[in-house]
Design a protein around this ligand. Sequence first.
Ligand code: FMN
Length: 356
Amino acid sequence: MERKTKIGNIEIGNGVFLAPMEDVCDLPFRIVCKRLGADIVYTEFIAAEGIIRHSRKSKQKMTLTSEERPVSVQIFGENIDSMIESAKIVEDAGADILDINFGCWVKKVVRREAGAAFLKKPDEMAELTRRVQEAVSIPVTVKTRLGWDKKSIDIVRIAKMIEEAGAKALAVHCRTRDMGMTGEADWTWGKKIKEAIDIPFILNGDVNTPEDAKRAFEETNCDAVMIGRAAIGYPFIFQQVKDFLETGEYQESPDIYTRANVCLQHLEMTNKYKGDRGIVAFRKHYSGYFKGFYGASELRSSLMAFKEFDPIKERIDSYIKYLEGNDRLDPISKTRHRAKLSCDDSRYVRKQTVGV
Ligand SMILES: Cc1cc2nc3c(=O)[nH]c(=O)nc-3n(C[C@H](O)[C@H](O)[C@H](O)COP(=O)(O)O)c2cc1C
């Protein structure tokens, strides 16, 4: 089965996408993921009503840069008119793709009949998709789940309805709504969805390693994979997946210098973009950036206390000096991943400032 290469007129590349994640996929994180190989990045979901009100938060979430392109802006809401109006605003803001969230499982969204609630009303899901696509000229895509619960999975029929409604791609998180984020994503549905539709199919859920990505393409024939949690604090996953798909090999884990460099560049951008508030929100990334290195949990705990950029940089610098200064704690060989770490790759040269 032939792989699709475009969503509307947007090139898919290797088909490795950053999943939309609330409070994670801000502008700095999207840029970092892009620089490290993500083909298409998504914003976090943005409430249609907030966009229409031109709320400060929505505006910030919709701030886009040329560097991150192509970028998909995700919106959610239950009211067709509001979705159409907000879609037009998103298009004017310069989004390359508009994605509709029909998959959010959290109560506050579902109770408002938005997100995954649409899985119980596929006709309305299709109608909303059709009306939104008619209202804008950028490609409209849909992200949803397998179904409301295991007993009511109807995703193959829904996928066809979404295609008929004019959507230009479909992403499916291969869990049901009632699973939330528990259990395992069931990729067996991926193959069935792919066979049923002619628009690009994006597989999502539990793609955590380059091997997972390759297996997802092989097992389901999907046109792209979408990576969420595995990228938090570890945007290197995109480069790894890309390398693995292109060459069959990848640098298994970047060294401490690369991780610190990327972490600090990411943090610096966050600081510029969001100020001290951004630094507090950044805390979720520390664990991933330093995972597996000797003393990482102490480092992380101490970083949590800081609210400004300079002390964080100083603390990370002193942590690296500590690793360097102690023979027994060589940053490369004394990590939990020591068998995997290597500095041979020119992209990850030790002590070199690596740009993301
Ligand atoms: C912190 C967090 C926030 C999320 N926010 C969104 C969101 O705004 N929109 C959306 O469609 N999915 C959201 N998701 C779901 C992810 O896009 C993705 O479907 C899910 O994490 C499964 O993929 P993964 O196994 O690669 O993490 C979120 C997930 C997480 C962990």
